[in-house]
Design a protein around this ligand. Structure first.
Ligand code: SF4
Length: 416
């Protein structure tokens, strides 16, 4: 039986759920989890009542993006709620077969920027290195669904030797991001070999791994893996959590092991309709991430990947969420909201508008509560010296409005 963390703030364990008879040793073995992934309609029978849309979606999934869900992650699904935010991310739906006119097979234009198979070199000093086409589970909105899971329209070509040669020759590259697919599905030995080869290239200063494994398959984050990763610092990791229910006790412990190995952790979420497109859900998520020692890094507007329009939500909603985070919770908890420019424009930051008006003399701003403030513009250094004349707006004084203790802090120049 599933334990669903309905208020989402708590860390709970889904336990062994539908697999009560396997041993703890098997359950905690990441390879057992992978071997027993849910991949077919038959495996879903008796566990979840599929809607008509899901039933049809599951039957067609293997023509586009395979279904694959680790038993651990499957236990997080509420089998009685067709709108369950976990279910929407991993159970295929028939809507995936409908392509909107703006949908694309390669929405980030990665294939155009691939000088050698698997290496995307778009930005001057960094590359994305795709090292496998397999993931622990498959996200129904995956930007790389054309190549991941092995059933899409393209095969991911891999040639580590050519990629390493390219990296050696391009001395401007200082940062390599390993992704896929999911690099943490490589065996410890294979990953160690690859990281070791990268570390022999002198101009590569910084390594990153983008992975959803700590969330889909926390059992993979073994002490041995952490000890191995620790040999390759500076090594950072971006994980991918979309909903606070994904942050279980198992995930918190796995993230703790990575953090204890000295790996700085960031989170990348995708804004998804019916999953996290609400300020309340997003606030719980970012606060819970901090409790797991993970800094919220990006909130992505969902890419225009083919068949994902049922999961996309408006940019206006994304901006509303950001407006409800900034100032309303810890600054470290605020991710940067970005749109990946369709077709290969790279990440473009989006922020709510805090500038109400701007003149050469001043900028008028609103704060998170909607109060208005005027900040005098600094005169250009070569401008003739003059005594600045500040205009004090009646509604500007924040001190009068505050309680005495807050006013003292303000006058002493202290800020959050
Ligand atoms: S884990 Fe990442 S690469 Fe894999 S399916 Fe999900 S979004 Fe795509």
């Amino acid at each position: 039986m599933n334990i669903i963390d309905l208020d989402n703030r708590q860390f709970t364990s889904p336990g062994q759920g539908y697999w009560p008879d396997v041993t703890a040793e098997q359950w905690n073995d990441w390879q057992w989890q992978m071997r027993n992934s849910i991949k077919s309609l038959d495996q879903l029978k008796g566990k979840i009542d599929l809607t008509g849309e899901e039933h049809a979606g599951v039957l067609l999934a293997n023509t586009k993006l395979a279904m694959g869900i680790t038993p651990y992650f499957f236990n997080l699904i509420d089998p009685f709620d067709p709108d369950c935010p976990i279910r929407r991310q991993v159970i295929p739906r028939i809507e995936e077969m409908t392509y909107a006119p703006t949908d694309m097979a390669d929405p980030c234009g990665e294939d155009h920027d691939m000088p050698v198979p698997g290496l995307v070199h778009r930005y001057p000093d960094r590359v994305l290195f795709l090292v496998t086409d397999r993931c622990a589970s498959y996200c129904r909105y995956c930007t790389r669904s054309r190549v991941v899971s092995g059933v899409g329209e393209q095969e991911l070509e891999l040639d580590f030797d050519r990629a390493i040669d390219y990296l050696k020759k391009h001395t401007e590259i200082r940062d390599v991001l390993l992704s896929g697919g999911d690099a943490l599905l490589l065996s410890d030995g294979r990953l160690k070999n690859l990281l070791g080869r990268l570390r022999t290239i002198e101009h590569i200063e910084f390594l990153r791994i983008g992975s959803r494994v700590p969330i889909f398959l926390p059992q993979r984050i073994t002490p041995e893996l952490c000890a191995m990763l620790k040999e390759f610092h500076p090594l950072w990791m971006s994980v991918h959590v979309n909903h606070p229910r994904e942050l279980t006790t198992e995930v918190r412990e796995a993230l703790g092991r990575l953090a204890d190995a000295g790996i700085p952790l960031g989170n990348q979420s995708v804004l998804l309709r019916g999953v996290n497109d609400s300020p309340e859900v997003m606030k719980v998520l970012v606060q819970k991430l901090l409790r797991c020692r993970v800094r919220p890094y990006y909130l992505y507007q969902c890419d225009l990947i083919q068949g994902s329009s049922h999961l996309r939500t408006s940019v206006a909603k994304g901006l509303e969420i950001m407006d409800n985070l900034r100032g309303h919770t810890t600054g470290y908890a605020i991710p940067q909201y970005v749109v990946d420019g369709p077709g290969g424009g790279g990440k473009i930051p989006l922020n709510p508008n805090y500038v109400v008006a701007q003149t050469p003399e001043s900028i008028v701003l609103r704060n998170y509560k909607g109060d208005i403030y005027e900040y005098p513009e600094v005169a250009p250094v070569d401008a003739p010296e003059s005594t600045p004349s500040y205009r004090r707006l009646e509604f500007l004084d924040p001190i009068e409005e505050r309680e005495e203790i807050t006013s003292r802090s303000w006058r002493a120049g202290r800020r959050d």
